[in-house]
Design a protein around this ligand. Structure first.
Ligand SMILES: [Zn+2]
Length: 78
């Protein structure tokens, strides 16, 4: 196993740290995902806060499969 761990880049666009704090457990879980086909983890995610706990997420992954798994964990509402 490699000692070099890829760290998922997380950018949260919000007025305060609240959304990021609430999402942290889910984002940490998503960061642990590894694509079975490409042996890659999620490269990056950008979160855009919306109203009432909703948010948009933009993922950078090796393939749609991994993105689907990440979205299933993080979903789109706090
Ligand atoms: Zn992949």
């Amino acid at each position: 196993m490699s000692v070099l761990m890829d760290v998922m880049r997380i950018v949260v666009h919000d007025r305060g740290p609240e959304l990021r704090n609430r999402l942290r457990p889910r984002l940490e879980q998503a960061a642990l995902l590894r694509c079975v086909e490409h042996s890659q983890s999620v490269t990056a995610v950008t979160i855009h806060a919306r109203e009432n706990g909703w948010f948009d997420s933009t993922w950078t992954t090796c393939c749609a499969d991994l993105e689907r798994q990440a979205v299933a964990i993080v979903k789109d509402r706090c």
